[in-house]
Design a protein around this ligand. Structure first.
Ligand SMILES: NC(=O)c1ccc[n+]([C@@H]2O[C@H](COP(=O)([O-])OP(=O)(O)OC[C@H]3O[C@@H](n4cnc5c(N)ncnc54)[C@H](OP(=O)(O)O)[C@@H]3O)[C@@H](O)[C@H]2O)c1
Length: 280
């Protein structure tokens, strides 16, 4: 197995790469095009952007410049809080598609749950999928309570839940819930934005396998069966993050990494975003 032929099957039947490439804070056309080019050459096929990142147009230009075959890439974008609600969500996704220079995205996510337009936004997502603006629909930063609430009115449930997930925030109960409900968990900040890399346990395991701490963490995600989307703008790290298919962690090593969990978030608390109706 390698990054390029490692796909997960979503509940709607679509295939999604297990490992993808994060684009948050990849800014400037030169940096964007170079990052996507290196990533594609190294076998990444999933590219994760969002309205909030303000770089959809740069992603679109990069995909055009590099002439990447549409059916070989998997593009995700996310609807920002300010664009939630039935009409606004649809209008904003049409604008995103224009910026991305695409007819459809592969995966469309609700970026954060908010109370104000919780159900209307999802109704728009179901309709956008029917219209072909996206192949799959999912959510991000939804906890169990949000998924259970959504299920009271949804005709179709999300096939992906993209959440903050790394060794300092292992989210085991939510992972199990998602698995039990045919929702693929996708880890954002899979490296904890770098905050986890200095942990002694990870350094020791890395030395054992002649790999870097970042590679050990990504391998841990891989063996947990979740999808994950590391970001880097450095060529060597982009390559390194894809080179995790030639070693494996033992059950004891997996348990040592699990034990680093201390409920430490780098991002917002989803329930508070839900109540405030915005990222606070
Ligand atoms: N849904 C959401 O709410 C949400 C929130 C946050 C992020 N995301 C998505 O998840 C993606 C990944 O998360 P993230 O960007 O926050 O964090 P991340 O992927 O956990 O970490 C990225 C950081 O780690 C560094 N890094 C990458 N590979 C490395 C390596 N091999 N060795 C050492 N350092 C390394 C990067 O630096 P360099 O770039 O300088 O190499 C960057 O500072 C985002 O890009 C975005 O697409 C989604």
């Amino acid at each position: 197995m390698n990054i390029q032929d490692n796909y997960l099957t979503l509940a709607d039947g679509q295939q999604m790469p297990q490992e993808g490439f994060g684009l948050y804070k990849v800014d400037g056309q030169g940096t964007m095009t170079a990052a996507i080019q290196h990533a594609f050459e190294d076998g990444y096929r999933l590219f994760d952007t969002a309205q909030l990142y303000g770089n959809e147009a740069e992603v679109g230009t990069a995909l055009k410049q590099l002439a990447l075959p549409r059916d070989e890439i998997f593009v995700t974008t996310k609807v920002a809080e300010e664009n939630q609600g039935y009409d606004r969500a649809i209008a904003s996704v049409k604008e995103s598609l224009q910026k991305l220079q695409l007819d459809y995205v592969d995966l469309l996510l609700v970026h954060w749950p908010i109370e104000r337009s919780f159900f209307e936004t999802w109704r728009a997502f179901e309709d956008m999928k029917k219209e072909g603006l996206t192949k799959s629909i999912g959510v991000s930063n939804f906890e169990m309570i949000h998924l259970q609430y959504l299920a009271t009115q949804a005709h179709e449930m999300p096939v992906v839940d993209q959440i903050e997930l790394h060794p300092l925030l292992t989210q085991k109960p939510l992972l199990k819930f998602n698995q039990d409900h045919q929702i693929i968990t996708q880890a954002w900040s899979p490296l904890g934005r770098g905050a986890v890399l200095g942990q002694d346990v990870l350094k020791q395991i890395a030395a054992q396998h002649q790999k870097s701490p970042a590679q050990v963490i990504l391998r841990w995600h891989l063996q947990n069966g979740v999808s994950f989307i590391p970001k880097s703008v450095h060529e060597a790290r982009i390559a390194q993050n894809a080179a995790i298919y030639d070693f494996s962690l033992t059950p004891a090593e997996m348990a040592q990494i699990d034990a680093l969990n201390n409920y430490q978030r780098t991002g917002r608390e989803p329930e508070l975003v839900y109540e405030y109706n915005r990222q606070y």
